[in-house]
Ligand binder design. Structure first.
Ligand code: PHE
Length: 345
């Protein structure tokens, strides 16, 4: 009984080979598939005999049946490929395809210019020794304003500038300086952190979009001075642009730094040589980022010893950096995703 079953299983393969020899069409193939592998097909018929076998023989015959089933399927697959190729050959012979036509080009995307700048800037800062952190985009008033020494009546809290969530408890962060607070709450000094990310302000015109990107930087240690700030930021700027780029620090104001400065770079388009330069307006300088020494008032909020530690912070606008680096003149182009714009970078 067992031997008989095994032989008829074996011979199924030969039978199938014979049956497929004359098959010329997909329908023929389908019919053969039903005949051999269908519910009432030859394989099923043979397997009916399995029930009559001694229990000890069943596993062996069962395993053989599975093996044969796989083989049959492979034979069908090969036949299908053969038929497919025949169909194409016939079509080509009848001139249904013009194989001399050029193929359709595959459109290849690439990295968005903002992402390129984001990666260049974070990698450059990481080389200098900063570690990358991220923070939430939905913030509370405390992290966005209060702990950064921005009191309740400060104009930076203006409802016009800020997107509040219903209830006014939460808001979309207006700058990445919030991450300074999160990192200091969770870590002891010394700190060397950067925090790239998206920020939001209720502004929209040629030079403002309601959403844009910043990289925050914070460096805290004992005896950190303004000279460290100048050294690190000069190095950064010269890595991003080129070694000949000049920098100047102009006094400014931020509630969370004291003293505060605005960093300008020498005009990357005219090098200060063109009186009518549209980019620097003939001044020779371009404003590029805000920075300063961390105000001791901020250390009080995060319970750092303001006698022991000093530090500096900076905030870079990534769109502005990309515009200067690539010579782009309209901020909105970054967000329109026009292929003719994007493929230039
Ligand atoms: N958070 C400031 C802004 O968005 C930039 C800044 C960061 C300034 C850190 C000083 C220090 O304008």
């Amino acid at each position: 009984m067992k031997e008989k079953l095994l032989t008829s299983l074996e011979s199924l393969q030969i039978e199938l080979h014979d049956a497929l020899k004359d098959v010329e069409s997909p329908q023929g193939l389908q019919e053969a598939r039903v005949l051999f592998l269908g519910k009432k097909g030859k394989l099923t018929q043979i397997l009916k005999g399995l029930g009559k076998l001694d229990a000890k023989d069943r596993p062996q015959v069962g395993a053989k049946a599975n093996e044969i089933k796989e083989n049959l399927e492979e034979i069908f697959d090969a036949a299908e490929l053969r038929l497919q190729a025949q169909v194409y050959e016939q079509a080509i012979a009848k001139d249904l395809f013009d194989i001399s036509l050029p193929g359709r080009p595959i459109v290849q995307g690439h990295v968005h210019p903002l992402t390129q700048i984001y990666e260049l800037a974070t990698q450059t800062l990481e080389k200098i020794g900063f570690q990358t952190y991220s923070g939430p985009e939905i913030e509370d008033d405390y992290h966005n304003f209060e702990a950064l020494n921005i009191p309740e009546d400060h104009p930076a809290r203006d409802l016009q500038d800020t997107f509040y969530l219903p209830g006014l408890k939460w808001l979309l962060r207006t700058h990445t300086s919030t991450v300074q607070i999160h990192v200091m709450e969770q870590n002891e000094a010394p700190i060397r952190m950067i925090a790239p990310g998206v920020v939001y302000r209720a502004d929209s015109d040629v030079t403002h979009t309601p959403m844009f990107h910043q990289i925050e930087g914070l460096w805290i240690d004992q005896k950190t001075t303004f000279a460290d700030l100048k050294g690190v930021l000069t190095l950064f700027i010269q890595e991003i642009f080129d070694q000949k780029t000049q920098v100047r620090f102009r006094p400014s104001y931020f509630p969370f730094t004291e003293p505060s400065a605005e960093l300008d770079i020498s005009c990357v388009f005219c090098q200060g040589k063109k009186k009518n330069c549209a980019i620097c307006k003939g001044t020779g300088w371009l404003e590029i980022l805000g920075c300063g020494m961390v105000d001791p008032a901020v250390f009080k909020y995060v319970k750092y010893d303001e006698e022991k530690y000093t530090g500096f912070a900076f905030g870079i606008g990534l769109e502005r950096l990309a515009m200067l680096k690539f010579g782009i003149n309209d901020l909105r182009l970054f967000f329109e995703n026009d292929y003719r714009f994007l493929e230039q970078f």
